[in-house]
Unconditional design. Structure first.
Length: 199
């Protein structure tokens, strides 16, 4: 169960606004290359209908409602956002909060790894899903693309999460002490691609 990063035309629109306004053509090109390598999700009538429902019921902003509706309609396992309020609207889907610049006194929470498996996959490979639960990972079992059950770790499995939380705090502390500059994410992506291509 490899992770696949999914994006939509709305992700592209939002990602490119600032670099275009700033006239940063290199950053625009880097984003375009990065986004082109991802799994693209369409936004159609079903996504707009679900987004409308979220707007009406939860007063979510239109772009957030469309992002979330697209992820739900395409059965994504996680929805990554920097808006913690959206987990209330996520209809049972895992919401991973991204906080790239924690305050020094802020604790970084390590959220559980979440996978999906169809009912048929779960039936054929239950031992692998149980091993994932032993590692502290959750599996959402789907039927016809809709979540119907979860295989979750026992609370006693929290040791791994505590260790990961400690490592995340140490990483945050280290990151706060190093000034990597404004284009860090783009530089890291570019460096990673160069290393990959040189193999």
């Amino acid at each position: 169960m490899d992770a696949i990063l999914c994006v939509s035309p709305l992700v592209r629109l939002e990602a490119l606004v600032k670099p275009i306004v700033d006239g940063n053509k290199e950053l625009v090109a880097d984003y375009e290359i990065f986004l082109a390598d991802q799994q693209w999700l369409t936004i159609g009538n079903a996504e707009f209908d679900r987004a409308l429902s979220s707007r009406v019921q939860h007063r979510v902003k239109t772009p957030d409602a469309l992002h979330l509706a697209t992820a739900i309609q395409h059965c994504c396992a996680e929805f990554w956002t920097n808006d913690g309020r959206l987990d209330q609207v996520a209809a049972g889907m895992a919401v991973k909060i991204i906080n790239l610049t924690p305050m020094p006194d802020q604790r970084m929470e390590v959220l559980p790894v979440v996978h999906t498996a169809s009912v048929e996959e779960a039936r054929l490979d239950v031992s692998r899903l149980l091993e994932a639960a032993e590692r502290g990972e959750t599996t959402i079992v789907t039927k016809d693309g809709r979540p119907v059950a979860r295989i979750v770790p026992e609370p006693a499995m929290g040791q791994k999460q505590r260790v990961l939380a400690d490592l995340a705090r140490e990483a945050a502390s280290l990151r706060a002490s190093i000034d990597l500059g404004q284009d860090t994410a783009v530089s890291l992506i570019r460096d990673g691609r160069q290393r990959r291509d040189s193999r």
